[in-house]
Design a protein around this ligand. Structure first.
Ligand code: HEC
Ligand code: HEC
Length: 277
């Protein structure tokens, strides 16, 4: 199957240096085997096999995710453990006042986003509504360090589990909206997400090795920015690169796009917190 895909790319851009995903296996801390390659979910027409973004990174970047002692995102996970235990807000409560520990959230990240009470809900919503409603604390900034560290801590509880977001039932209209966005050409460059991540993955774009653009490792530690990056921040960056006006972090548009993009990684392991260039 891989041979067929590689052949297609060779025809498509024969002038570029060809470098598809590599053949490395990701086993974290010598024991947790990750699914970085699997059959694409049936709703995907663009390709037959999906690969984690990890498979497109250099050996050097890859190595940072193999052992938690080397993973620079773990500092933020540790900070989130402190936050989890810290009282904040007018009600005098910490997360730990009501939740035994982050382990309680095992599996949650693999199924997010999802529709709750008719609203497409992402992890940032769950955390902030809690802070406001039950703790009387200030909402955290969407892409701020506290928020993304907490999401990394919650995501870590699902590490290794396959992404499994629902796209049917109540989720269907949001998923359709996200799908439409994925194939819309934005900006002066008139490029859609699919133009880069579906039709050109494996190729080089400037100095970057293009992946399929999955979100299974988010929040992701980006070496370039030396911090945890939220999904919506990544979407903004990619849309800005097409020289388009972008949507706001936390907008309904980005929620829908988040659901659709997550559904494209159904079957890959949650890698949170991943390390990328
Ligand atoms: C006053 C008690 C209380 C505090 C404090 C609290 N929570 Fe919760 N939390 C709950 C209850 C009750 C639920 C389940 C019902 C619901 O979803 O509202 C819940 C649900 C959740 C969920 C969704 C779980 C799921 O499986 O859907 C997350 C995530 C969460 N809390 C995170 C946090 C975090 C992070 C903090 C601290 C910033 C926090 N909570 C503080 C009571 C609390
Ligand atoms: C001009 C090409 C281009 C377009 C268009 C583009 N991206 Fe990207 N994207 C990149 C590059 C380059 C990277 C960094 C290398 C990589 O991981 O693929 C990236 C990375 C990503 C990642 C991180 C992957 C990982 O493993 O961490 C996600 C998620 C992503 N893009 C989603 C999107 C979405 C959603 C859209 C449409 C709104 C989009 N991109 C449009 C070029 C593009």
């Amino acid at each position: 199957m891989r041979v067929a895909i590689v052949a297609t790319i060779v025809c498509f851009v024969s002038s570029l240096v060809l470098a598809g995903p590599d053949d490395d296996n990701l086993t974290i801390n010598g024991e947790l085997e990750m699914i970085t390659e699997t059959v694409a979910p049936t709703h995907l027409e663009g390709f037959d096999v999906i690969y984690s973004g990890w498979r497109f990174r250099t050996d050097e970047t890859q190595s940072l995710q193999i052992d938690d002692f080397d993973n620079p995102a773990m500092i933020f996970v540790d900070k989130a453990i402190d936050l989890f235990n810290t009282v904040d807000g007018t009600e005098g409560k910490a997360c730990v006042s009501c939740h035994e520990g982050p382990e309680q959230f095992v599996g949650l990240s693999a199924s997010m986003p999802k529709v709750i009470d008719g609203k497409l809900t992402v992890m940032e919503d769950l955390i902030n509504s809690h802070r406001a409603e039950v703790m009387g604390a200030e909402a955290w900034k969407w892409s701020g360090e506290d928020m993304q560290s907490m999401i990394a801590l919650i995501g870590l509880q699902s590490r290794g589990m396959p992404v499994n977001v629902a796209i049917d039932g109540e989720a269907a209209p949001f998923w359709e909206q996200g799908k439409e966005m994925y194939y819309t050409r934005y900006g002066q460059l008139e490029l859609s997400c699919a133009n880069c991540h579906e039709q050109n993955y494996g190729n080089m774009i400037r100095a970057d090795h293009l992946s399929q653009g999955h979100t299974n490792g988010f929040p992701t530690y980006r070496l370039k920015q030396a911090k945890l990056i939220s999904r919506h921040n990544r979407f903004r960056g990619c849309i800005r690169d097409t020289r388009a006006e972008t949507f706001a972090e936390g907008s309904d548009e980005f929620r829908a796009l988040e659901l659709y993009v997550a559904s494209r990684s159904n079957g890959l392991s949650v890698e949170t917190p991943a390390v990328r260039q």
